[in-house]
Design a protein around this ligand. Structure first.
Ligand code: KG4
Ligand code: ZN
Length: 337
């Protein structure tokens, strides 16, 4: 079975073809970073228009790279939410109409479920049940996963998502958008002993997160300290240390509560080298294991959409023609596979 995946929920057009026998046949990504850079963040209307421009050429290119044809496709999966409404509608309308014209089923995929399943595209696949730490630009969730589509959210951010905190702090430090990777690189040059940031919500029980205070803490530190390159690196370092420590503390707690020894980490921030190192160390320490997607599948991509769609199509799940995009779609509101 060949499934075409279409991702257009935010600022990346991602297209891929997943084959049930051969695995991933091809994937392509068009990033809109250059388009939004001068605004310091994603401009939704510009994002939707650019998806319109890119989606069909990218589908053609991916079909060619996969050495297949449109008429050989068995199903189409597209991101139906959560995300930016206009952007989601581009993928939804494209996926639905293409499927209709080819007389094949189509399915709307939950973007965070797709992130969660992205590690399944790697060689070493975790067995269910496992814990999932989902850290993206819009969401921060810790989930008890008993099977595909069986998600119990154990904790989430009460304010900013982890990626959002990275982006906002980077902006404060004068770094370009998207700030996550640049801030992380700057932190490598920083001294971890110079500043100490709080580890939010670790002093009370529970698995929820709060990251908006870190950005304020960074702002106050920036104002109080000298404005030189080393100071900025030291602040970046203190911020990253605080985020990593917070995730390590909460994951350790989740392991204790659930007894689970497998942790998958996915979403844009899972590309972060410091976070990866911290969580690998944690899992080694409890004789468990941490699983990650390859770096390019941590951030948004079409491959994870094709794969998540494939699982549901294989299980016979499809939707009627009038299915709509859903910009606010809780992970717990989806069906079991
Ligand atoms: O999953 P994603 O591509 O999009 C959403 O679903 O939101 O995540 C994007 C987020 C951005 O906030 C970006 O700054 C962050 O992931 N990010 C990183 C790194 N790479 C991407 N944050 C920290 N370190 C990184 N290496
Ligand atoms: Zn994402």
């Amino acid at each position: 079975m060949q499934v075409l995946g279409i991702e257009t929920s935010c600022d990346e057009t991602g297209i891929a073809i997943y084959d049930s026998k051969a695995g991933l046949l091809a994937h392509n990504l068009y990033s809109q970073v250059k388009l939004h850079e001068e605004y310091g963040g994603v401009v939704p209307e510009l994002a939707s228009r650019d998806h319109v421009r890119r989606v069909l050429p990218l589908i053609r290119q991916t079909v060619e790279a996969a050495k297949t044809e449109l008429k050989s496709l068995d199903a189409i999966a597209y991101t139906a939410g959560p995300g930016l409404m206009g952007a989601l509608l581009v993928g939804t309308a494209t996926g639905r109409s293409l499927a209709y014209s080819l007389s094949i089923p189509a399915i709307g995929v939950h973007h965070m479920e797709a992130h969660l399943l992205a590690p399944m595209l790697e060689e070493d696949v975790p067995e269910y049940p496992f814990l999932a730490l989902l850290v993206s630009g819009g969401h921060t969730l810790i989930v008890n996963v008993s099977g595909a589509g069986q998600y119990e959210v154990l904790g989430e951010s009460v304010d900013d998502a982890a990626g959002e905190a990275f982006d906002k702090t980077a902006k404060l430090l004068g770094l370009p958008y998207p700030g996550g990777p640049v801030l992380s690189a700057l932190a490598e040059k920083g001294d971890s002993k110079r500043f100490h940031f709080p580890r939010p919500m670790t002093d009370r029980p529970g698995l929820d997160f709060s990251f908006s205070g870190l950005k304020t803490f960074a702002m106050n530190t920036v104002k109080a300290a000298a404005d030189d390159e080393q100071t900025r690196a030291d602040i970046a370092r203190a911020f990253v240390d605080a985020v990593v420590d917070t995730f390590v503390i909460k994951c350790r707690r989740a392991i204790k509560e659930t007894g689970l020894k497998r942790l998958i980490v996915a979403g844009g921030v899972s590309a972060n080298t410091q976070l990866r190192a911290g969580l690998i160390e944690l899992m080694d320490g409890v004789n468990g294991k941490a699983y990650f997607p390859r770096t390019e599948f941590c951030t948004d991509n079409g491959a994870m959409i094709a794969y998540a769609g494939y699982l549901r199509i294989k299980a016979g799940q499809t939707e009627s023609l009038n299915f709509q995009a859903n910009p606010r779609w809780p992970l717990t509101d989806i069906d079991m596979v």
